[in-house]
Design a protein around this ligand. Structure first.
Ligand SMILES: Cc1ncc(C[n+]2csc(CCOP(=O)(O)OP(=O)(O)O)c2C)c(N)n1
Length: 339
């Protein structure tokens, strides 16, 4: 079965050149922030980070096809660019990585970027792989019962697609025709486990046939293509036609996290090849071909992003850590005065 044969895309809505340029700016800013967090880890200031380098195009294009004023998003840990596209600031993200008092997601209690972010309507999520999928089905069911036309997007990786939670969520969403988009960012690795050891089918998208809704395979380095298939899935969900599974093929340009070394399980050829699929370079080249960008304006975007990240780093670095007195706040309820 060809996953692409099920492509429900019939949208005629196009991204304007000006909007493509703005998405590129978000991607570049996300890239600089991501690089900075790795440096902060090496300085001993950020405990751990999972990079989104290589995933930026697919994340900004997916968010762009939705309506953040009413739609819902259940993210996972590798989503700098999606979070920025949804309005999270560099300062807010750095407060999580540096475990500062004003971390908006967990007040420095959790793994960075874990927890909820109510200001941008991001649901609480766990590091336990795939738990966000059944939760997303619940969110979509609530919208359907309320008669809202909001759509829920749940992001996950190829490794998460092997979890039981994923299959339960997809089956439930199919049965109830939920307004839900299952958005898989397939970077071909779950830490060190390659996709061949993860599944016997030809693609994650091909699994959708087992749940009775379309599965679409798309090049996740292509902003225009991801936007188009996601827009079609959003239209389908809003029209009451049910879920879509989108599989965006991307590259994880860095090791799984700052604690990993992918040269121990990826060949030098593989690592060199994936660099050719860097979405920031691919979109830069497209914008230049369309005369929307040139070397000078590209350099200006990079310089402005670097400056923005420098300002955020200096600001957050100077902020206080939580007081020791608050160590158990939000963690353990006070029972009998023990805490
Ligand atoms: C239930 C569960 N099993 C194992 C882990 C350990 N773990 C953390 S990240 C990860 C890899 C997930 O890979 P994938 O879903 O492909 O996402 P990616 O990190 O590649 O974006 C694993 C196995 C976990 N957090 N939860």
């Amino acid at each position: 079965m060809s996953a692409t044969a099920n492509n429900p895309s019939n949208t005629t809505e196009q991204l304007s050149g000006a909007r493509l340029l703005e998405l590129y700016q978000t991607m570049v800013l996300s890239r600089y922030l991501d690089e900075r967090v790795w440096l902060l880890n090496r300085q001993g200031k950020a405990a751990i980070a999972a990079s989104a380098q290589g995933h930026e195009a697919t994340q900004v294009a997916c968010v762009e096809a939705t309506d953040p004023s009413k739609d819902h998003y259940l993210i996972y840990y590798r989503q700098f660019a999606a979070m920025m596209a949804l309005g999270t600031t560099p300062e807010e993200m750095l407060r999580g990585f540096l475990a500062k008092e004003d971390d908006p997601m967990s007040a420095a209690r959790q793994f960075p970027l874990h927890g909820a972010h109510p200001r941008v309507d991001l649901f609480n999520f766990s590091n336990v792989i795939a738990t966000q999928l059944p939760q997303a089905a619940g969110v979509a069911l609530a919208d359907k019962l309320k008669g809202s036309d909001a759509v829920t997007v749940v992001f996950f990786g190829d490794g998460a697609s092997s979890q039981g939670d994923t299959h339960e969520a997809m089956n439930f969403a199919g049965v109830h025709k939920l307004p839900l988009i299952f958005f898989c960012e397939n970077n071909r690795y779950a830490i060190s486990v390659p996709i061949e050891k993860q599944m016997r089918v030809e693609s994650v998208a091909s699994r959708a046939v087992g749940y009775g809704f379309p599965g679409v395979l798309v090049d996740g380095t292509d902003v225009v293509a991801v936007h188009e298939v996601t827009k079609a899935a959003v239209d389908r969900a809003r029209a009451g036609e049910g879920p879509t599974l989108i599989e965006a093929s991307v590259e994880r340009l860095l090791p799984h996290t700052t604690d990993d070394d992918h040269t121990r399980y990826r060949s030098a050829e593989d690592i060199a090849h994936m660099a050719e699929r860097d979405p920031v370079k691919i979109l830069s080249a497209l914008l230049k071909r369309r005369d929307l960008l040139n070397d000078d304006s590209d350099a200006e975007i990079h310089a402005a992003s670097k400056k923005r990240v420098n300002v955020a780093t200096d600001t957050v670095d100077a902020e206080p850590y939580p007081s020791v007195d608050t160590m158990f706040d939000h963690v353990v309820d006070s029972v009998g005065g023990n805490f």
